[in-house]
Design a protein around this ligand. Structure first.
Ligand SMILES: C[S@@+](CC[C@H](N)C(=O)[O-])C[C@H]1O[C@@H](n2cnc3c(N)ncnc32)[C@H](O)[C@@H]1O
Length: 303
């Protein structure tokens, strides 16, 4: 089956990362290789990384014939060790296109979807605990916090209680458990009643915020001077983390006004390239509704 995933903000990523011959860029969320392909077309060398072996295999099939491409299985949060071990650091660009790919969502046996039955798994890679195991291990209070913080679920308490009682092993059993917990008249009209629960469980199972934080803190060591990082997020918590980390990298001088040169040492070694997050055009959203929530931010390392 082909790896069908519509690449989001493809041209905008190319503009910001400025790929060209002689530059080495890392696509740390390789997926089906849509962004990687665009970067390769512009002449750059591309190292693709994905924690999902299925994605790595699909990208190798699509792009493996190209001399300037290689794909590695691994986690973005471990980029420094992964690339450092092969002598590939520093690089000229890092790309993250966060979240899940369409094939991950659409394959029932991966357990991401509330629309088809499968094991309640949700792991992007093969390691760590599944969503079913996470529910079984967590206390009701911990589960409630996951649902409230990562899913912004207003019925977090009732759903956590229901999931702990039912201990679902399959996606559809989890959906039934959510449905029983939320009064029928409170079911949202525009999205499925289990959307927020599934999102929260997925983010927790894959430690997606932890992964993002680890990449952000490694950026100064991953990039060479003049190198750029571009990050696409689909969740407000992720976008906020990116925005705040970029701001901190940039640093803000706190010297009293009038000093001829900065004496506080706060001036960072990065420059933010996107004062406001870049969003998909109306035309892109018409063709790919998933692009509507995409937010792209970028920084450049100065020295
Ligand atoms: C939205 S898809 C990327 C799609 C790709 N940009 C394209 O255009 O085809 C996200 C991919 O990133 C991977 N991924 C998410 N978080 C990751 C992480 N922390 N480390 C490595 N891969 C990750 C997922 O397995 C998935 O294949």
């Amino acid at each position: 089956m082909p790896f069908a995933h519509a690449t989001v903000l493809r041209d905008e990523v190319v503009q910001l990362l400025r790929p060209s011959q002689g530059k080495r860029l890392v696509d740390a969320t390789l997926g089906g290789g849509g962004h990687a392909e665009a970067l390769l077309e512009a002449g750059a060398e591309v190292i693709g990384v994905d924690r999902d072996p299925v994605a790595v295999a699909a990208a190798r099939q699509r792009l493996g014939g190209q001399r300037r491409f290689r794909a590695l299985e691994g986690r973005a949060g471990q980029l420094e060790a992964l690339l450092g071990a092969s002598g590939l650091l520093p690089v000229d660009g890092v790309l993250l296109d966060l979240g899940v790919s369409s094939p991950q969502l659409d394959t029932p046996s991966r357990g991401f979807s509330f629309q088809s039955d499968g094991p309640l798994d949700m792991r992007m890679g093969g390691d760590g605990e599944t969503a079913a195991e996470l529910i079984a291990r967590s206390s009701q209070r911990e589960l409630e916090e996951v649902l409230r913080e990562l899913g912004e679920e207003p019925f977090a308490r009732a759903i956590a209680r229901s999931l702990k009682h039912d201990l679902p092993g399959t996606t559809l059993a989890a959906v039934e458990s959510v449905k029983r917990a939320v009064p029928r008249k409170a079911w949202p009209s525009r999205v499925h009643v289990a959307t927020r629960t599934f999102q929260a469980l997925r983010i927790a199972v894959n430690d997606e915020l932890g992964e993002l934080a680890r990449v952000l803190s490694a950026l100064p060591r991953l990039l060479r001077a003049g190198g750029r990082a571009a990050i696409i997020s689909f969740h407000s918590l992720e976008d906020r983390a990116v925005k705040e980390a970029f701001r901190a990298l940039e640093g803000r001088c706190t010297c009293p006004p009038g000093l001829p040169i900065c004496a506080c040492g706060a001036q960072g070694t990065f420059r933010v390239l996107t004062r406001r997050a870049v969003q998909a055009s109306e035309a892109e959203v018409r063709g790919n509704p998933r692009a509507r929530s995409a937010r792209l931010r970028a920084v450049e390392k100065l020295a």
